[in-house]
Design a protein around this ligand. Sequence first.
Ligand SMILES: [Zn+2]
Length: 386
Amino acid sequence: LIAEVVSLERNNKLFALGGIVAGYSILAYTLFSSQHEAFESFVYQPDPSMVTFIQEARSKKGTSTLVEKYKDVKVIDVHNHDGPRIEFVKPTWDEYSIDKVVLFGSVSEPAAIRDDQRSWNAFKKHPERFYPFFSGFDMHSEAGIEMVRKNLEQGYMGIGEVVAASTYSEVVSKVAWKGKDAMDGYLSDVYKLCAQYRVPILLHIDPLSGSQIAVLQEALKKHPDTKFILAHGNVRSIGLDRHVVMLKSLLEDHKNLYVDFFAGHSFAAGERELEAYIPLMEQYPQQFLLSTDSGYGLPSLAFAYQSMYEVIDRLTPETATKIAYENFERLMEEQPPTKTQIEKINQLLEVTGESIEGKQVNKRIAAQLIVDLEKKKRKLANPVSQ
Ligand SMILES: [Zn+2]
C-alpha cells in the first residue's frame, strides 16, 4: 500500500523531501489527490468496423429480419423512460440487439427523483449497458439547481427528459415542474452546468413551432458550449414539409443541437413521413440520434425498436453508423470524471492497494471503477463472507 501511494505521489514535490512516514504520505496524498490523476484522459475512438458490418449485412442474400441483418451494428436508444423497470424491458432490449439505453423515468415532477435513483442503480449494476439521466429537479427554485449540481458531481451522464414547455402532451403537460419555454426559470444555469460537466440536456418542447422555437434558438445561441437534444424532434404540430424545413434551419444554424429521432412515430405515420427525414439525416449526419421514447403512443415497444432498424436500413452505411450509435456514444464517452469521482477513486485505491496507472478514465469508467473498488474493499474488510 505504501509503495502504491508513493508511486502515485511521484510528481509531488513532497516526495522529494524523502523519508516521509507512511501516515504523512497518505495525508499529503489525500490533500493533493485532486491534482494527482494517476490515470490518463480518455480518448474516444469510434468503432471502425461498423460501416463494414452494414455493408456486409446488405450484400448478403436471403431474407432475414432487419434485426438479424443488423445485429452486429451498435445501436443506442437515447430516450427511454424504463429506468424504474429494467428487468421487464430487458428481454426486448436483448431481442432487438440494443447495445445501450439512456435511462430515466418520470420527468419534471417530484416522482422523477425516485426514478432517477433507480436509473442510477441500474447503471451501477450494468455500466456497460445504461447511461443514467435525471429529470427530478425544480427549474424554478435554487434548490433545484443545487440538485442538478449534486447529481452531475455524482456522475449522471445527462439531464432529461426536461419538460421545457408542454401544452398538448397528455402526460407531460400536467407535470408540476414543467417550464413555459426553453429559457424559463433557472434553465440558463442548468445549461451552464451542462457545458461545465460536458453533459447533454434532452428537452421536451411542445408545440414545436412559433415562439417555442424562437426561444429554443435563443437558448442555443446563448449557450454554444451546451449540447441540446431536441426530444422526439420529429413529432410535429405543423405540416410535414414545413416541419422538415424548420428542423433543417435549426440544424444548419446551431451545431450544438441534436435531433432525437423517435423512429416509431414516423414509421407508424407511413412511408412518406419516414422518407421525408432521410435526406435531412444524410445532410446532417452528426446531429441525429435514434430513440423509442419507450414506445409512447405506439402499438408496442418492439414496434419502436423495429422502427429504429427501418431508419438504419434506409441510410448510407456511414450515416447509419453515426446516427445509430456514434454521435451519442461520443457525447457520453468524452465526459471527464468529476471531482467527486476522482476523490472517491483515490480513497478506494488507497484502501485496496490497487493501481490504475496508465488507464484511460472517463466518467463512465470512473463510475465502474468505483463499483469494482468498493467490492474489493468489502472483500478485504470481510474476506470470509464473500
Ligand atoms: Zn419521453
